[in-house]
Design a protein around this ligand. Structure first.
Ligand SMILES: [Mg+2]
Length: 263
């Protein structure tokens, strides 16, 4: 069985996250729009940013487990823990691959295995016309005898071709809680402690188009560009979308047991 998840408003709400992820994955993020510029980024900077990224992922996960930030849809980590040994894929219309990979990294770190196997973003080579289709899923999974009933699909939107073809299409309610910028900024500051600030500030304009005077200045710039009001709204509780995912998992497990009993 294959579990395929949309990202935005289904697995997570990344509105607050773009500049944090984009800056830590600076080279890859910038490579999408300006190839020449990325060659200029020193490998020492990329290496120390990679380390900072790992710390950032671990620290965000720690919060999501204990005192949720709400980047991940509440309840999603429990769903993932139940999915062990299924093949999971993130299939998103986001153009920022590093955002998909961030969600993958959080989930895989939590479950302690490579549960999420593939991240298919908008510019992935299998993508054809923008909308998600059964044909694309067939090329993503690349298995000759794949049936329409082998896929469990979750999305907050209806993608017509998939909706008509798939046996198990779950349209979940859109999850759109915006995580607190300042809580994430605190985690980010801690994660980049060992990054050479001068070097970082030299190359960050590739992402933000302007040279900040200090790290604090850079974080403020992220905030202005994100345009988020930092009210301290409470993270919502697991909703009907989580119930749908849990019942899909149950459905798969029952089918398996029945199969075993009948053979
Ligand atoms: Mg979506």
């Amino acid at each position: 069985m294959y579990f395929i998840f949309d990202m935005d408003e289904t697995l997570a709400e990344l509105y607050t996250m773009f500049y944090f992820i984009g800056s830590l994955r600076l080279k890859d993020t910038v490579a999408t729009n300006a190839t020449n510029a990325t060659n200029a980024i020193p490998s020492t900077l990329t290496k120390s940013l990679n380390k900072a990224y790992k710390k950032f992922v671990a620290a965000i996960l720690k919060e999501e487990v204990s005192n949720p930030l709400g980047i991940l849809r509440p309840g999603i980590l429990k769903v993932m823990s139940k999915l062990d040994k299924q093949k999971c894929i993130i299939y998103s219309n986001s153009g920022h691959l590093q955002s998909l990979e961030f969600i993958r990294d959080l989930i895989n770190l939590h479950v302690g295995s490579k549960l999420i196997k593939q991240c298919i973003h908008y510019y992935h080579p299998v993508r054809e016309n923008g909308d998600k289709t059964w044909n694309e899923i067939k090329s993503i999974i690349n298995k000759n005898d794949l049936k329409e009933s082998d896929v469990y699909f979750f999305d907050d939107l209806i993608h017509k071709d998939l909706y008509e073809n798939l046996t198990h299409y779950y349209k979940v309610p859109a999850y759109n809680f915006k995580a607190s910028f300042h809580r994430i900024a605190d985690i980010y500051r801690e994660a980049i402690k060992d990054v050479n600030s001068e070097m970082y500030l030299t190359y960050i304009p590739l992402l933000v188009n302007r040279k900040p005077k200090s790290i604090e200045n850079m974080i403020r710039l992220f905030k202005n560009k994100t345009n988020i009001s930092d009210r301290s709204d409470k993270v919502p509780l697991p909703d009907a979308g989580i119930d749908m995912m849990m019942s899909a998992i149950k459905n798969v497990k029952t089918r398996k047991t029945r199969k075993k009993l009948s053979t």
